[in-house]
Design a protein around this ligand. Structure first.
Ligand code: ADP
Length: 808
């Protein structure tokens, strides 16, 4: 056969393939040709078919399909390995088990697998040749048997010396052949890539074990020659081991698949899994041993076990999901909120029990409707019909976004209107496709009714407020943001916050003063109270009196400001007109009055000259009245100047005590209706405008006279304390209410009460006093109780430099 394959690979010789095949067909040597890596049988000669116990129908099948009994035997793997490597494999005395006439039969073979390669060195086909050497082995076993008999019958041997000679002779000649066979037998086992172990005798003496088997068992070659259970005691009682003994009884080969075997490997007993075949060695019709070929499949079995475990876990998970689904179902059934599911057409496909309760319908009645069904009579919260696209479910489906706490009204035909608040979210399938939506909702009728009541109350409160003032507003704690402003048409109303309200409502020249007043109010957390100009809704400039109170939170921090403002444009215009008029009149009066004063002085001088004391006295009184009139006119002019910011101080150092004494003299000369009492006064140096401070004192005394009953007492005092001079004028008159006290120093302000009708005045005296003391950086004020009296006072700093220089 080797010759033929040589020819096939030798390029010098060319054979017609038909001729070649017929040569091979007729060969006594069993031959087969495989044409693919999968071992398709392309050709098998009669000798090979006979050896396999098959007919020609196997041609074209794969080795595995044609010879299923080869499963568990190493030959298919060996053939494939040869195909892949291209290296010839030869073996001798190898046991092979075939199924012949339905029975398994083990024979022994020398065989060779050889690859035929094409010009490009790739495998073209695989040539399998085999020779049955069963008979040859039998001979060798005969020798072995004789040997055994020799040992067993050592005693008998002595008695049968004659026989012994013969037998020995025979044995010696047979031994030569046996040694040769023994060598081949060991070689086959040793070179087999499959793990092989051979047992002999019922004690299972280990006759041979190749390296793969030793590795598999984690044993050393010294186990050879020992009984199996002595060498590997842990096998005792294991089914895979018991089967070996069985073979002696049944004589049949045994195959095992994925069979667990406990083996001590790496000093640890562990379970390995094996496919194995136990093939009896039958010699002279007797079972003399067993060939055990094994392949470890632990990895595969474990992988399968892992898979099974994963499957089991998967099943457990599925059960868990089913459990949690049923839990979810019971939550949905018992939840205190209504829950409904819609499909993409808007049909309601599910409603939980609470949804049925809130809507007053059974599940099957609800699921016959869409969410926009007209029978719901959906309403907006203001009671108007709800357009379909405004329905929370429509909003959610259109945007594919969740919606929260969207409230709608529902008015069933025979029931009261109720309100529901809806949360809704889209539903997607596992491929992220929108399949509908889910909504939870609750009955918020009570909440809505309360809100409606609250809104009603707020609106009546607003109306009430607006009836009492021109507009109301709300400001952020720092006044940077105006939240709302509403009212009559005085200023433009706004419901949305405005950060540019100052620019919108206040003319540039007033902004600084307004912010000053705001900052004072914020710092003190007291009411804001300010009069300023505004841009009115009609675009013209007007005036407002604005008041605001801070709303504090539980920590005393300002939450917001609530304000009210009144239109005082008319009053301001009136004041302006008054002021303009006074300004003009005063100016016009001043020249004639100056002339009149000159004439009266000349008259007084002349009267004195011609010795007419009565005329001189009248002239002098006339002059005093002219003086007072001049004072009044200069007051009016002062106001005009103050309005224009033109008032000037003429500062000089003087003693306040002297000034008060001057006022005392003046009072004694002019006031007869009241008892004006001056308390003793010490030196009080000040640096101030002498005439203007005198004007203030005289104004206080004149008011005390005007607004207290005749004959009552007026007390004037001046004291120093902590570097300050305090001058006060107290009367026992009508007094001033708290409300009026807030305004008393304002221009043209006069208390509105019956007694005032008879007292003449313009309401400018105290305004001028306040301006004068303000220019001196002093303080002015009053304490008063209606019907008990008033005390007006002012304070100026003592001039300490004068104290040392002039008075000490
Ligand atoms: P006039 O006295 O000219 O009205 P004033 O500015 O001096 O102007 O005073 C403003 C208002 O203050 C007065 O109209 C009066 O109502 C009130 N008033 C001033 N002084 C007193 C006082 N001593 N007692 C009671 N009311 C006073």
């Amino acid at each position: 056969m080797n010759n033929i394959s040589n020819y096939m690979s030798n390029n010098n010789y060319t054979f017609d393939s038909g001729v070649l095949l017929s040569v091979i067909s007729q060969s006594k040597e069993a031959m087969a040709i495989y044409t693919s890596e999968h071992l398709h049988i392309g050709f098998a000669n009669d000798a090979m078919l006979q050896l396999w116990g098959k007919d020609r129908s196997i041609i074209g099948k794969t080795f595995g399909a044609a010879l299923p009994e080869m499963i568990g035997q190493p030959f298919a793997d060996l053939l494939k390995a040869v195909w892949r490597s291209g290296e010839t494999y030869q073996a001798t005395d190898t046991p092979v088990t075939y199924e012949i006439d339905g029975k398994l039969k083990t024979s022994y073979f020398d065989f060779e697998y050889r690859v035929i390669q094409d010009a490009s060195q790739s495998s073209y086909c695989l040539l399998h040749t085999a020779a049955d050497v069963t008979e040859r082995l039998k001979t060798r076993n005969d020798v072995l048997e004789v040997n055994t008999q020799l040992i067993e019958t050592k005693e008998g041997l002595k008695q049968r010396n004659d026989q012994l000679d013969d037998a020995e002779h025979k044995a010696q000649s047979l031994q030569l052949r046996a040694d040769e066979n023994e060598f081949k037998y060991r070689t086959v086992i040793d070179q087999s890539p499959a793990a092989i172990i051979v047992f002999r005798g019922p004690e299972l003496y280990i006759d041979a074990a190749n390296a793969p088997m030793l590795q598999l068992l984690d044993q050393q070659p010294d186990i050879i020659g020992k009984p199996l259970l002595v060498a590997i005691p842990e096998l005792k009682g294991q089914p895979a081991c018991d089967l070996l003994y069985e073979i002696y009884r049944t004589g049949k080969p045994v195959y095992g698949y994925d069979t667990p075997v406990q083996l001590k490997r790496n000093d640890q007993v562990e379970t390995g899994y094996f496919n194995f075949s136990y093939t009896p060695l039958i010699e002279n019709g007797r079972i003399t041993g067993i060939v055990d070929m094994a392949v470890e499949v632990t990895e595969q079995v474990k992988a399968r076990q892992d898979l099974e475990k994963a499957l089991e876990e998967g099943n457990a998970l599925a059960k868990k999901v089913a459990d949690s689904e049923s839990r979810l179902q019971s939550i949905i059934n018992t939840m205190a909120e209504g829950m409904g599911i819609i499909n993409t057409d808007g049909d309601i496909i599910f409603a939980n029990p609470m949804a049925q309760r809130i809507l007053g319908l059974q599940q099957d009645e609800i699921t016959k409707r869409t969410f926009g069904d007209t029978r719901w009579q959906n309403l907006r919260v203001d009671g108007s019909p709800l357009p379909d696209h405004e329905h929370p479910m429509a909003v959610m489906m259109a945007a594919q976004q969740p919606v929260y706490d969207m409230e709608i009204g529902v008015k069933p035909p025979n029931a009261d209107r109720f309100y529901i608040s809806i949360n809704a979210a889209p539903l997607y399938d596992s491929e992220e496709k929108l399949i509908g939506g889910v909504a939870t909702f609750m009955d918020v009728t009570q909440r809505r009714e309360m809100l409606n009541q609250l809104a009603e109350r707020e609106s009546s409160f607003r109306s009430f407020l607006q009836a009492s003032t021109d507009l109301i507003y709300r400001m952020s704690p720092d006044w940077q943001n105006m939240y709302t402003l509403s009212g009559k048409n005085f200023l433009e109303s706004t419901d949305s916050p405005r950060s540019n309200w100052v620019q919108t409502y206040i003319p540039a020249e007033d902004r600084e003063k307004v912010w000053l007043a705001i900052h004072e109010a914020i710092a003190s957390k007291h009411a804001f109270n300010h009069e300023h100009q505004v841009f009115k809704a009609d675009g013209k400039i007007g005036w407002t009196h604005s008041r605001a109170v801070p709303m504090l939170d539980e920590n005393g921090q300002i939450k917001e400001w609530l304000g009210a403002a009144t239109d005082i444009t008319w009053r301001k215009e009136e004041e302006q007109r008054k002021q303009d008029f006074i300004g003009i009149v005063s100016h016009e009066l001043r020249s004639p009055l100056t002339a009149l004063n000159g004439y009266v002085q000349i008259l007084e001088l002349k009267a004195k000259k011609i010795n007419e004391p009565a005329i001189a006295d009248i002239a002098s009184k006339a002059k005093r009245q002219i003086d007072r009139m001049q004072t009044l006119i200069s007051g009016f002019l002062d106001i005009a100047r103050i309005g224009e910011g033109r008032i000037q101080l003429n500062l000089k150092r003087f003693d306040m005590a002297d000034l008060v004494r001057l006022a005392e003299e003046e009072s004694l000369a002019t006031i007869t209706s009241h008892r004006v009492i001056f308390a003793p006064i010490e030196h009080m140096p000040v640096e101030a405008d002498h005439d203007k401070i005198e004007q203030v004192i005289i104004n206080f005394i004149n008011n005390a006279v005007k607004y207290s009953p005749k004959g009552s007492e007026i007390n004037v005092s001046a004291v120093t304390q902590h570097g300050i001079v305090r001058v006060s004028v107290a009367d026992r008159g009508m007094g001033i209410s708290k409300k009026d006290q807030d305004h008393i120093f304002k221009r043209f302000y006069r208390v509105d009460r019956a007694e005032m009708q008879t007292v003449k005045g313009f309401g400018i005296g105290l305004f001028i006093c306040k301006e004068i003391i303000g220019l001196h950086h002093g303080k002015i004020g009053l304490t008063s109780k209606p019907n008990e009296g008033s005390e007006f006072w002012f304070e100026l700093p003592i001039d300490s430099s004068s104290l040392t220089a002039e008075f000490c």
